[in-house]
Design a protein around this ligand. Structure first.
Ligand code: ZN
Ligand code: MN
Length: 482
């Protein structure tokens, strides 16, 4: 039996998180807004109006281009893509055909098995989104919501470099991480901020030919990308093994039934009659402008992950978690700087305490009022023996609730650890006096030492130093018979 490999390229539409739309001043984000409330004559395509390019959308494209190691054009043009559809009020979409802002580049995708898949980027261009139609079955009419008309998109096109559904899924996971990291998009697939089309063909493993491909549209989650591509690869292999040719179809993924449906035979580009939009000047991306934008380009997630492992000595697992989101990563770095000790100590507190607090609150590390400085202070207080580890953890909630610093709370609530020999001795003696039976039991069973320490800890409301207590008990308890 022949072994096949899949050849997959992705086209991803990314909704940018600019405040306003790409060619007018309407709000770009209409999530939850009633239909047709964020619209104006420009985005509704009324006659006689002129589009004005949103600088912020171009700047986000520049950042993405730089992150992908792409060529960012010096001059970029806008074109009209002509087609008729009810959700496209002008009868054409303003997009970029041959002079995209971003050309070329690569995106490295680490796979769960440790491989790095390096996918080429063909181009990434700016364009406007179309509206939404919906059927009102009750009244038997079709309705159009134009809120989404003119929302800025980047369409990113990869080369045919991915070889499996898993590689495509991981590409999306890492692209989503990058887009959020650079604050280009909310990148929420379920809300349509990332819409992925996949071009798929198969060939005999190791061959270099490209066979006719199909395009899957309408995949709205990472899981759907994985399932739809796997289903299509299996379908194509079935066709070829049955001696049939794969035709260049456009397919629709139905997530509910987990099946592909043929939408239409693929249209060719000529159908769109692209031409330059005469209403828009070309965008001049001067070196000064690009430089100013790129000053805001942060260290990228994979580079930061590698640095956390090499310079901070973190495990691959910890480094991955601590670079999943930029805010968390920045928090950790700030705490490491404030603490000025071993980064691994900070990483432990991050993994055990800070992540738990964030999971419970559902908030972002950027908004946490227990600041990196508070964390550094707390770790130092534990290391100095002023408080024990459990009190340190309890401090986090108290700082958040009161707004006071860890040191202030320790002073106000008397949380400092009891380490003084006299205080611990008195505490231990009280425990012995109250439990004569246990002393006898201890003489036959030395493991009961822990029980005495536990009693004393409870009496001190968790403030005693358990290690020192153990030594104190050993001194005052009678010798064991063992
Ligand atoms: Zn508008
Ligand atoms: Mn497009």
């Amino acid at each position: 039996m022949t072994r096949y490999e899949a050849v997959i390229g992705l086209e991803i539409h990314i909704q940018l998180n600019t405040r306003t739309k790409i060619f007018c001043g309407c709000l770009a984000d209409s999530w939850g807004a009633p239909p047709n409330t964020n619209i104006c004559p420009v985005c509704c395509g009324l006659p006689g109006v002129l589009p004005v390019l949103n600088r912020s959308a171009v700047e986000k494209a520049i950042l993405l281009g730089a992150a992908l190691g792409a060529t960012v054009a010096d001059e970029s043009f806008f074109d009209r893509k002509n087609y008729f559809y009810p959700d496209l009020p002008k009868g054409y979409q303003i997009t970029q055909y041959d002079r995209a802002v971003v050309q070329g580049g690569r995106f490295d995708v680490p796979m769960p098995d440790g491989r790095i898949v390096s996918a080429s980027i063909t181009k990434a261009h700016l364009e406007e989104d179309a509206g939404k139609t919906r059927n009102d079955a009750l009244r038997g009419v079709r309705q159009i919501d134009m809120n989404r008309c003119g929302v800025p998109l980047i369409e990113l096109v990869t080369g045919p470099d991915l070889r499996s559904a898993e590689e495509a899924a991981q590409f999306l996971v890492r692209m989503r991480q990058l887009l959020r990291w650079l604050d280009l998009s909310e990148a929420n697939l379920e809300r349509g901020h990332l819409r992925c089309d996949a071009n798929i063909s198969i060939r005999e493993a190791g061959a270099t030919v490209l066979n006719p491909k199909t395009e899957i549209k309408n995949v709205n989650s990472i899981e759907a990308v994985r399932n739809a591509i796997d289903a299509e690869i299996a379908r194509q292999i079935g066709e070829v093994e049955a001696g049939r040719r794969v035709s260049a179809w456009t397919l629709d993924w139905d997530d509910e039934t987990q099946t592909l449906r043929k939408m239409r035979s693929k249209e060719t580009e000529a159908d769109y009659r692209y031409f330059r939009d005469p209403d828009l000047l070309s965008a001049q991306l001067t070196p000064e402008w690009k430089q100013a934008v790129l000053a805001a380009l942060p260290e990228l997630p994979l580079a930061r992950r590698a640095r956390f492992m090499a310079d901070h000595g973190l495990s691959a697992y910890d480094a991955e978690i601590l670079t999943e989101e930029r805010a968390l990563s920045d928090y950790y770095e700030a705490a490491v700087t404030a603490y000025a000790g071993s980064p691994k100590a900070v990483a432990n507190w991050m993994m055990n305490d800070i992540l738990r607090v964030l999971n419970e609150s559902g908030g972002s590390a950027a908004e946490l009022t227990f600041t990196p400085a508070h964390l550094a202070e707390t770790i130092k207080l534990v290391e100095a023996g002023t408080i024990n580890r459990a009190t340190g953890t309890a401090l986090i909630a108290k700082v958040i609730a009161t707004g006071s610093s860890p040191a202030e709370i320790i002073a106000a609530e008397g949380l400092a650890q009891i380490s003084g020999d006299d205080a611990l001795l008195a505490l231990a003696q009280t425990v012995l006096e109250e439990n004569p039976q246990q002393i006898k039991a201890y003489q036959k069973k030395p493991a009961l030492l822990k029980w005495f320490v536990g009693q004393a800890m409870r009496k001190s409301q968790g403030k005693a130093n358990a290690q020192v207590l153990e030594q104190v008990f050993l001194k005052i308890l009678p010798p064991t018979e063992a």
